[in-house]
Ligand binder design. Structure first.
Ligand SMILES: [Zn+2]
Length: 225
């Protein structure tokens, strides 16, 4: 069947919305220009940052000196195109996905965080590497665990997902002396509780167990394209 190019007139894009500048990095910076209304609808962080009164002609600028260009670029791409550009990157994309989750945390963007959880789970299911006669799935470990633990706080569903994945699938090589301390405490506690069956059930019941949306809110995984 041929692609249907039509949509409702209610879906017309707003080309009259003001544009803001996001200046990323310190010293050598990159500037991104974004539809203000679009990013404020999605992120309470940007809404608060841009809520200060301003005089006509003043530049609308948000500075993000501590962020990486590739992280902000990937977030903005998702904002406009509903896709996360995480394939064909180093470390199976997990380091970038972990950084994106932490960025979503900073932006107070629950939907984006839920989408990144879906991307991590999809990556863990989709990476099949031939190792002799064995097919091996790869999971976020080491660096990505450290990024996620440093950028989230206790009770984060992303932390729960990492602990669950380690309980169910980890090999000894996943853990080394540099492992994040909080992560080791939570993983050890789960192992002492012998929580593996519950962890496996959560992992196999879909990503919703690790989402931030409320029961009455729409799950991004089930949202129509
Ligand atoms: Zn959900």
């Amino acid at each position: 069947m041929a692609k249907d190019f039509r949509c409702s007139v209610d879906e017309l894009a707003d080309f009259k919305a003001p544009v803001i500048a996001i200046i990323v990095g310190e010293g050598s910076t990159s500037t991104f220009y974004v539809d203000e209304r679009l990013i404020c609808q999605q992120s309470a962080f940007f809404k608060a940052a841009l809520s200060k009164s301003w005089t006509e002609g003043a530049r609308r600028v948000v500075r993000l000196p501590d962020e990486e260009e590739k992280v902000v670029h990937a977030y903005l791409h998702w904002l406009y195109h509903n896709k996360v550009a995480c394939l064909d990157t180093e470390n199976d994309g997990y380091s970038l996905l972990a950084s994106l989750y932490v960025f979503g945390e900073k932006l107070l963007d629950k939907t984006f965080k839920d989408v990144i959880i879906d991307c991590i789970i999809a990556t863990s299911r989709g990476l099949v590497v031939k190792d002799g006669t064995t097919n091996m799935h790869r999971f976020p470990a080491k660096e990505s665990v450290d990024i996620l633990y440093q950028g989230t706080s206790e009770g984060s569903p992303a932390r729960q997902m990492l602990v669950d994945m380690h309980q169910v699938y980890a090999k000894e090589t996943w853990i080394n002396g540099d492992a994040n301390h909080d992560f080791l405490v939570e993983l050890t506690t789960a192992l002492i509780r012998n929580d593996r069956y519950t962890a496996s059930a959560r992992l196999h019941n879909g990503a919703c167990a690790y989402h931030c949306h409320g029961k009455d809110e729409q799950c991004p995984s089930k949202r129509a394209e």
